[in-house]
Design a protein around this ligand. Structure first.
Ligand SMILES: Cc1cc2nc3c(=O)[nH]c(=O)nc-3n(C[C@H](O)[C@H](O)[C@H](O)COP(=O)(O)OP(=O)(O)OC[C@H]3O[C@@H](n4cnc5c(N)ncnc54)[C@H](O)[C@@H]3O)c2cc1C
Length: 365
């Protein structure tokens, strides 16, 4: 067992919340060290396009050294206030810590779930892309944002591949407005995607799924949702494994450890639960980074003011859909706007966190 003291702010996880925490910390003149298992920042919002073949593989991730002062390759196994244990037996200590370890694909008790390909990391996207390029049919289980964007990308990049999307719900994009669900179905149907709603998958096979005893052939992909797992690290969590934080994003009951992004349960000022999204992770990372620096300086903390502004989905082939507040951009003549917006948001994230290197290595360049 070795112990290592980290100068400045220690950030656990190099995703959207992690690199935005690092940005805040560095802007305040303090050092940001990130511990992450791969040392890469995955551009998760672009992974459906990479896996489906409408974006180049270089869009999937970039080295975390572009975003932080120090990168420590490691995996957190447990955490106490100001102390993080790694799987190699090292304990890292710091006067301010921000936990941003994200979420993982849920693994429900469906027979054969191990056959399904997940999509959350650069490695997942590259493996899936290679498999999709050599198969003639894909079955995506899950009609949320991940499944819909992946189906759109595959159908745009490989029109001869049969794509089926299956969901137990009676509509696509159940987490968004009804108009967006209808619009996603319109775009996907125009591309020849089969949509099976109200269908529960009984079993996942090596090459297909079983629904009501009937097999649908295709490379099985699991896009059935994600869960945080804060409880596994000894952190206070709700029933869904999301870490409980106070209004300053401090872990409940602790003084020098904060949390941001999918792993944490973020609320609006009115106490409404915010969705797991890159947009919220970015806002929370910025706020957690600022409060971590205030902790180092002994200054009073600021309340985090987080808000959900809407959704922007890229369905590939210059089509997409968006919801801005209560307004859904779903008219056919508006299809081009969301992919452009999506690209713009990804670019903003890169330039804000990496400076001009972000522009030179821009997605799709
Ligand atoms: C295919 C797909 C498309 C999406 N598209 C959109 C979109 O268009 N818009 C949108 O707003 N949201 C989108 N989302 C959701 C969005 O990507 C997530 O909400 C966002 O990535 C959350 O950021 P995060 O920093 O909390 O987690 P992540 O970005 O997942 O980062 C977590 C980091 O923690 C690291 N980590 C994990 N465990 C440990 C550990 N034990 N120790 C150390 N490090 C660890 C991981 O390696 C990773 O680098 C999409 C999600 C998917 C899967």
């Amino acid at each position: 067992m070795t112990s290592r003291a980290v100068d400045g702010v220690l950030i656990v996880g190099g995703g959207y919340a992690g690199v935005h925490t690092a940005r805040s910390v560095r802007r305040a003149g303090r050092s940001a060290s990130v511990v992450d298992p791969t040392g890469r920042h995955d551009f998760v919002t672009r992974l459906a396009a990479v896996a489906g073949g409408t974006a180049p593989t270089s869009d999937a991730a970039a080295p975390l050294s572009d975003f932080a002062d120090d990168v420590i390759i490691g995996s957190m196994t447990a955490v106490r206030d100001g102390e993080v244990d790694l799987s190699d037996g090292t304990t890292l200590t710091a006067d301010a810590v921000v936990i941003t370890a994200g979420a993982v694909p849920i693994t429900p008790p469906i027979d054969g779930i191990e056959h399904a390909y997940p999509l959350r990391t650069e490695a997942d996207a590259l493996e899936l892309r290679a498999e999709i390029e050599t198969c003639d049919a894909v079955v995506i289980v899950g009609g949320g944002a991940t499944g819909v964007q992946l189906a759109g990308a595959i159908a745009a990049a490989q029109p001869r591949t049969a794509v089926t999307i299956v969901d137990v719900s009676d509509r696509l994009l159940a987490g968004m407005g009804k108009a967006s669900g209808r619009d996603a179905a319109r775009i996907l149907c125009e591309r020849g995607v089969s949509i099976r709603l109200g269908s529960e998958v009984d079993e996942i096979l090596e090459h297909g799924v079983l629904i009501d005893g009937e097999a649908t052939d295709g490379l099985p992909v699991w896009a059935g949702g994600f869960a945080a797992r804060a409880d596994q690290f000894g952190l206070p969590a709700n029933d869904e494994g999301r870490l409980l934080v106070d209004r300053f994003l401090r872990v409940e009951g602790w003084t020098k450890t904060f949390a941001a992004g999918d792993i944490a349960l973020h609320l609006t000022e009115d106490g409404d639960e915010l969705p797991m999204s890159a947009q919220i992770a970015v806002q929370a990372g910025d706020a957690a980074g600022r409060n971590a620096v205030r902790t180092l300086r002994g200054d009073a903390l600021d309340r985090a003011d987080l808000g959900h502004r809407g959704w922007v989905l890229d369905l590939g082939g210059n089509r997409g859909l968006a919801e801005v507040g209560p307004v859904a951009l779903t008219a056919p003549f508006l299809d081009l706007l969301p992919p452009t917006l999506h690209w713009g948001i990804d670019m903003k994230h890169l330039i804000e966190t990496r400076g001009l290197a972000g522009f030179n290595d821009r997605p799709g360049a």
